[in-house]
Design a protein around this ligand. Structure first.
Ligand code: SF4
Length: 361
């Protein structure tokens, strides 16, 4: 195991947690230790410090009939300690909509909790960290989209799901990292506007060359923007010199040069599935060009020997949510922790999501 991973979080000072018996703490810390499956970083002693929090959160969830969903980039104590479902933003919004519970707690960044509210407007969506943003969604406003539409009248606008509800409401269709190529190709006309991710936009320009002109915006994911093609080439060279064959897997939010150097490109769920498949086929040297949470999930979910080489990058926005925030918002959410959106915005944003379902089929 050669990857540099961030340290596990410690309990925030000042949070009062219920007292549990030694037996309960022992059983819960064993459960966490085995599920997280990173025995050197998440030791039994560390798991013991978080056990009172996970015990109380799980108890409160039952009492209040709350469905707790967490994005893959959340920390392992949240994912394996308290989440009822873990995935990417889009499938989590569908899970929020389909859940029988009327209260959903969405452990992630703000735009994802908003997306859950758009698809389930009658449910209460709790978002424990109202200030957890995203460089992509915060980098574009509804006014910016209106200005693009003014400059290019009649040209369809596709927005990546990493956008606020207001931005989605201004667009014709919403897309995800797994369907943006297919959907944009199907849009009417020979031109389209793609916002806000310039790297996905450039990838789209390359893929649709000769078929459609793609007008792009200047947004980027600050996590995936850090990786470069040169770093991958250097790693491959060093590994090859040792006789090691490296498989590189990247997220499409990376620069086109990174994607060209990669063996597999896909959404977080694709990267997890493909890496586990590789390990089952005996290919154990992988490099994951994405956020560290994806690596945590792979390490927890594979039973095979795996060398994750290089360094992942942590999203500071995703890591803003701690178990203490979840506990506090479950006990007594503040008004900022409950997602409220204007009815008209919900209606218009929902249309862009529905158009995505239609064109993705
Ligand atoms: S990883 Fe990038 S796209 Fe995802 S929330 Fe963080 S900044 Fe936004």
């Amino acid at each position: 195991m050669t990857i540099e991973m961030p340290s596990p979080p410690r309990i925030k000072k000042g949070v009062i947690v219920k007292k549990y018996s030694e037996e309960d703490i022992y059983a819960e810390s064993e459960r966490l230790y085995n599920k997280i499956n990173q025995k050197e970083r998440w030791t039994v002693d560390i798991c013991k410090t978080i056990a009172p929090l996970t015990l109380e959160i799980n108890q409160l969830k039952k009492e209040k009939d709350v469905f707790l969903i967490a994005h893959s980039y959340q920390t392992p104590d949240i994912i394996y300690g308290v989440a009822d479902e873990v995935s990417d933003s889009y499938s989590l919004s569908k899970s929020a909509r389909d859940a029988s519970q009327q209260i959903i707690l969405f452990s992630s960044v703000r735009f994802m909790a908003e997306t859950a509210k758009i698809v389930s407007p009658l449910k209460t969506i709790i978002h424990p960290s109202p200030d957890a943003g995203c460089s992509l969604s915060d980098g574009i406003s509804a006014g910016d989209v209106r200005e693009l539409k003014r400059l290019f009248p009649g040209v369809p606008v596709a927005c990546y799901i990493n956008t606020t509800a207001e931005v989605k409401a201004e667009c014709d269709v919403c897309v995800t990292s797994s369907n943006y190529l297919k959907i944009c190709e199907r849009l009417p006309g020979d031109k389209l506007i793609f916002v806000p991710d310039k790297f996905m936009g450039k990838h789209l320009q390359n893929s649709l060359r000769g078929k459609k002109e793609v007008i792009i915006y200047d947004g980027e994911c600050e996590v995936h923007a850090i990786f470069t093609g040169e770093k991958i080439r250097n790693w491959r060279k060093r590994m090859n010199a040792q006789g090691i064959n490296l498989t590189v897997l990247s997220h499409p939010e990376c620069d086109a040069e990174v994607l060209e150097e990669s063996d597999i490109v896909g959404s977080s769920e694709v990267l997890i599935t493909k890496t586990i498949e590789l390990s089952e086929n005996g290919e154990k040297n992988v490099m994951l060009i994405t956020e560290c949470g994806t690596v945590d999930r792979i390490l927890a979910e594979t039973k095979n020997d795996l060398n994750v080489i290089g360094a992942c990058v942590m999203c500071k926005h995703m890591k803003k949510t701690h178990l203490e925030d979840i506990l506090q918002s479950l006990r007594n959410p503040t008004s900022e922790q409950i997602i409220e959106l204007d009815d008209e915005i919900i209606l218009k944003a929902k249309k862009s999501l529905e158009e995505m379902f239609r064109l993705a089929e």
